[in-house]
Design a binder for this molecule. Structure first.
Ligand code: FES
Length: 690
């Protein structure tokens, strides 16, 4: 801790951090552009000027950039001295000289960092009367708009895009006093993290193109805390809605998961929430197929179907897209012995193996933040940029650990971004991969081994043998090098998952974890990637088996059975002929879904469900972390929460099994916990309605 004086007040603060960050945390309003909490300082915008004094006798002081000044014991600073205030005002006046007067039509208006900082710095009226510099804009593809005239050259965009996310097609190009941030030629930005430009750019140079095309001012948007459902990481988001449509999705900060950023899939992949989704009830009509009906008619048919379905003839297919609560209600509806997972038998076995690995004493579940802090990473059979993009971004940050070590040695603060990158040059911490094919992380990998899943498992066993043999075996081969890195690193991390589809590979990973644990005598940070947003929750709900087993069981039964299928397309999991045979046998299908599918088309009764932005529920991410999402807006028309439909089905099928009071979310959660006390954690995930 260091005692410092800011504007005449004493504060005890952490030593070694930069003065800007410290001032902001203490509540001082210092303007800034180029500093970013995740990217550190480069001192390019000159906005955060303060006066610092060498000692108590120093009456003159000197003007410094707060973002480039480390906090040291006894530091004295003034943020309000007239000369520094004047400096900041003049700096921003210069930056604003070429900035267009387009706030009323700029997408950034109302949430513009530049607007806020300009007013904060005291630059209220313009005196510049010359011609403004103008630049051509580029077509950067379907996601990102470009309005280069708004640029204030803070360099945040290229620092994020290139330095932080590893992209190479966006550059700062300059000639004399002209600086241009863009691509060499027009074209779609290649980085899967390009959408973050919209949030890191403080001025509106890079804008969210789909949002701009159907624009709404920020204050007209409705929002609620949500969870991305497009991979298993559970990044925190804020979907923004107006008039029953999601307009955009922005990042919601979570220190341990996505931090300040989102991948493009999570940010832009929401069209299915607005379009081409089933919003009406439908009944199967002989020769005519599935035809729209009223909710009343559909519920009457469901009631009849449930009444005529004998006690042991009701089956359920849970979903890795549905919430913990919805799967639990389905399980209660059909009974434990008839509750199956809406995933393949193999995927279910793999995810169950993953949950087993997490429970070993040898492992500890690693968050994305833990991965960032790792100084040696081994990736086994996962193309992270595609299966869990934000984890790939974390791996990129972990590779900087070596740079931080070099900076520490040279007594350069880690937040001195340019200096740290300069001293490190191309030095990186080990990122080791055992993969089937080339991936975007090859560019930063120190060790890559390619093989098919069996070959990968053999290679992991070779690493395990090398771990156990060390130090007596001084071999220098590939496996020994990887083993050495895993044994000598301070915080090694092993990343694996289910996308290689290999039980053998996961079992080999398990053996490696136990060998590392035996040698290091401490649990190893372990990150497992699974398929969907609630694959973990589905596996933990203890289904009998996966979809193939369910289809085989139903095929073997002559008497008509009823299957309730929850947010799953059976045809993507089991061969079409095998599924069709079920309906040929006279088995009946009830589908509850918020997406159109082949399975929905074959249902006798189709019930449209709400999406994650219209409802509330709990998902368990790849780490085993339970997170709640909340309803951004009330669904329109006939749409009902899936859990409400399941409660209604329960009341029809098992009168008295569900209390009348289960008419709001908290009561439903209490009901689920009563059915399965292992779900008691659900009440701790988020506050209740009160
Ligand atoms: Fe300090 Fe830009 S924030 S110079």
């Amino acid at each position: 801790m260091a005692t410092i004086v800011i504007d005449g007040q004493n504060f005890d603060v952490a030593e070694g951090r930069n003065l800007l960050e410290t001032c902001l945390e203490l509540g001082f309003d210092l303007p800034y552009f180029c500093w970013h909490p995740a990217m550190g300082s480069v001192g390019s915008c000159r906005q955060c000027a303060v006066q610092v004094y060498a000692n108590d006798d120093d009456q003159r002081g000197r003007l410094v950039m707060a973002c480039m000044t480390p906090v040291t014991p006894g530091l004295r600073a003034s943020t309000t001295l007239e000369s520094v205030r004047q400096f900041r005002e003049t700096s921003i006046e210069v930056l604003m000289a070429n900035h267009p007067h387009d706030c009323p039509v700029c997408e950034e208006g109302g949430e513009c960092h530049l607007q806020d900082m300009t007013i904060l710095s005291g630059h209220h009226s313009r005196t510049f009367r010359g011609a403004k510099k103008t630049y051509p804009n580029q077509n950067l593809g379907p996601c990102i708009g470009h309005e280069m005239n708004r640029c204030i050259t803070c360099y945040r965009c290229v620092r994020f895009y290139g330095d932080y996310a590893g992209g190479s097609d966006l550059q700062a190009m300059s000639s004399r006093e002209n600086v241009y941030f863009g691509r060499h030629t027009d074209g779609t930005l290649e980085s899967p993290f390009s959408g973050n430009l919209v949030e890191v750019c403080p001025t509106g140079v890079f804008t969210d193109k789909p949002y701009s095309q159907s624009f709404t001012r920020k204050w007209d948007l409705q929002s609620a805390p949500s969870i991305c459902t497009l991979c298993s990481l559970g990044c925190n988001t804020n979907p923004n809605e107006r008039s029953g449509k999601i307009k955009r999705i922005v990042n919601r900060y979570h220190n341990d998961i996505n931090g300040y950023f989102l991948c493009d899939r999570g940010r832009f992949g929401f069209a299915h929430l607005n379009n081409a989704r089933p919003t009406v009830y439908a009944l199967q009509q002989p020769t005519k197929g599935l035809l729209e009906t009223t909710p009343e008619m559909a519920w009457e048919q469901v009631s009849n179907l449930l009444q005529e379905t004998p006690k042991d003839a009701l089956w359920g297919l849970g979903s890795s897209r549905a919430t913990v609560e919805e799967n639990q209600l389905l399980k209660q509806l059909v009974g434990k012995k008839h509750y199956f997972a809406g995933t393949t038998d193999r995927e279910l076995a793999l995810v169950q193996l993953v949950t087993g690995i997490y429970q070993l004493a040898a492992t500890r579940s690693a968050s994305l933040k833990d991965i960032e802090h790792s100084d040696a990473v081994l990736i086994i059979g996962e193309d992270l940029t595609h299966t869990a993009p934000m984890m790939a971004l974390s791996v990129r940050q972990s590779s900087r650990h070596r740079a931080f070590e070099l900076a520490d040695g040279a007594r350069i603060p880690r937040w001195q971004d340019a200096a740290v990158r300069n001293i490190a040059q191309d030095e990186r911490s080990p990122v080791m991969q055992v993969q089937s094919y080339a991936t975007p992380l090859d560019a930063i990998a120190s060790h890559t081994f390619r093989a098919n899943p069996q070959g990968m498992a053999d290679q992991i066993d070779a690493i395990t043998a090398a771990v156990l043999a060390t130090p007596s075996d001084a071999s220098e081969d590939w496996a020994h090098q990887v083993a050495q890195h895993l044994l000598t690193a301070n915080n090694p991390c092993v990343i694996a998952g289910t996308s290689a589809g290999s039980v053998g590979l996961l079992k080999a990973t398990l053996r490696l974890m136990e060998a590392l644990y035996a040698k290091r005598a401490a649990p190893i940070a372990t990150a497992m990637v699974v398929q969907d947003s609630n694959s973990m929750g589905l596996a933990l709900s203890q289904p009998v088996s996966g979809a193939e087993t369910l289809v085989a069981r139903l095929t073997a039964i002559e008497a008509p059975q009823t299957l309730v299928c929850l947010q799953t397309d059976l045809y993507t999991l089991v061969a079409s002929e095998a599924v069709d045979r079920l309906w040929e046998r006279g088995h009946r299908l009830v589908v509850i879904d918020n997406m159109a599918s082949e399975t929905g088309a074959k249902s006798v009764i189709f019930m449209p469900a709400t999406t994650a932005v219209e409802s509330e529920g709990t998902l368990i991410n790849n780490e085993g972390r339970a997170q709640r999402y909340f309803s951004v807006y009330t669904p329109q028309d006939v749409l009902k929460d899936t859990w409400r439909m399941l409660v209604q089905l329960l009341a029809l099928r098992q009168p008295g099994s569900v209390e009348n009071s289960v008419d709001h979310y908290d009561a439903m959660v209490a009901h689920c916990i009563k059915q399965d006390p292992a779900l008691a954690y659900l009440v701790a995930v988020a506050p209740d309605a009160h």
